[in-house]
Design a protein around this ligand. Structure first.
Ligand SMILES: *Cc1c(COP(=O)(O)O)cnc(C)c1O
Length: 387
């Protein structure tokens, strides 16, 4: 019997070590890991530069309070500011904390300019922003909020694609629109660039803020540093997490200087957020998110998606749609995906589910062509078995 609470239905499989795209299981078998901790291990397992960074820093200093200057965090923040739309950063430890902080930054901005009525955050129904109380209410998923007490006020929802409803929801009390640029848990739904652009224009027109949740699709996974770069828009606030830590828990919220002004001393904090150990790893992750890596993401993405579409043509009764951008790929099946995922696992390919019968595929950003070929071979085999 496990002493862990039963809030996860775990597969009967555990691992002893990993290298790049592969995991070695306790049962002695080698698995191709196209989950990578859910888009977390940007460079696969046991990345040399990350190991060096954490080894080096762990001998010097792990943790000090944010009451003091932390040079490693100053450096990572400077680099993120230089690379992106942002003028200021707050470090956290996870995605949910980052989206929570994003909501706080938006509300605090309006408070600081004397418009404290502007608190409402408009979100897509059944999106995913994490599991804290505010974040589950931001998602608006019935399943996630069930049993967790009174509704957290201040969140309004529209269905994916229902722009009329979105416009109707915006009133004098609206602070921000918060959406995932690519809906990950929601079934790898890429919000089209024209749509992101139109939402940005709406925000400008209404004088509200745009929060783009890039916790899953950010830090190179989309083939650009941020997925919203495809739309050419400038958001006000962007929470990140997963990929920036490469396996070490790091979250952050990026913001413009306009909204950063509201975050005066004492307005927000985190004991662990931005500690020297985490920041050293974050810097070593950023060192490796370069043009060459993004080229690999785009090349491998094209190759993978093209070949999955060939499989879709061959097995039209099984595969309904191939979705995605960069190395955030979804295979939507006509039927429940549980059996398919299990068969992939039995053939030593690890994938993970998303909503709408989608099998989510998240290779490391430095994945090699022969690894994708191996995955395609296994997916094809399972298709033919289930056909
Ligand atoms: C995973 C995820 C989160 C939550 O991150 P945690 O680290 O699990 O708290 C928030 N938003 C999006 C888009 C995510 O994919």
């Amino acid at each position: 019997m496990s002493a862990l609470a039963p809030n996860y239905k775990r597969k009967n499989l555990s691992f002893v070590k990993g290298k790049g795209s592969f995991l070695l299981a306790k049962n002695g078998k080698k698995y191709l890991d196209f989950v990578q901790g859910i888009a977390v291990n940007s460079f696969g397992h046991a990345n040399k530069k990350l190991i060096n960074a954490i080894n080096k820093q762990s001998k010097k200093l792990w943790h000090v309070s944010n009451a003091f200057i932390i040079p490693e965090g100053e450096k990572l923040a400077q680099r993120l500011v230089k690379k992106t739309f942002a003028d200021a950063i707050i470090f956290q430890n996870s995605g949910a904390e980052a989206t929570e902080a994003a909501i706080k930054v938006a509300r605090r901005y309006f408070y600081s300019i004397g418009k404290e009525n502007k608190v409402d955050i408009v979100c897509i129904k059944n999106s995913f922003h994490g599991r804290t109380l505010a974040a589950i209410h931001a998602s608006g998923s019935k399943k996630m909020i069930q049993g967790f007490g009174p509704k957290v006020p201040g969140f309004k929802h529209f269905e994916f694609g229902n722009h009329k409803k979105l416009k109707k929801l915006i009133n004098k009390n609206t602070a921000a629109i918060m959406i995932e640029t690519v809906m990950g848990e929601g079934g790898i739904k890429v919000i089209p660039s024209w749509c992101i652009k139109a939402i940005k224009e709406l925000c400008v027109k209404k004088g509200i803020l745009l929060i783009l949740d890039e916790v899953q699709c950010g830090i190179g996974r989309s083939g650009k540093f941020f997925a919203f770069e495809y739309a050419g828009v400038k958001p006000d606030i962007v929470p990140i997490a997963k990929g920036i830590g490469g396996g070490f828990p790091i979250g952050a919220v990026l913001m413009t200087k306009k909204v950063a002004k509201g975050m005066i001393p004492g307005s927000h904090g985190s004991t662990f957020g931005g500690n020297p150990l985490a920041m050293s790893v974050g810097n070593a992750v950023l060192d490796q998110i370069n043009k060459k890596l993004l080229n690999n993401v785009n090349k491998m993405s094209k190759y993978f998606i093209n070949n999955l579409n060939i499989l879709k043509k061959k097995y039209p009764r099984i595969i309904k749609e191939v979705r995605g951008i960069g190395l955030l790929i979804g295979i939507q099946l006509h039927h429940d995906q549980t059996k398919f995922i299990k068969k992939l696992m039995n053939n030593k390919l690890l994938t993970i589910r998303a909503a709408e019968n989608v099998i989510r595929i998240l290779p490391p950003l430095n994945v090699k062509k022969n690894e994708i070929d191996l995955a395609l071979k296994i997916i094809k085999k399972v298709c033919s078995e289930l056909n």
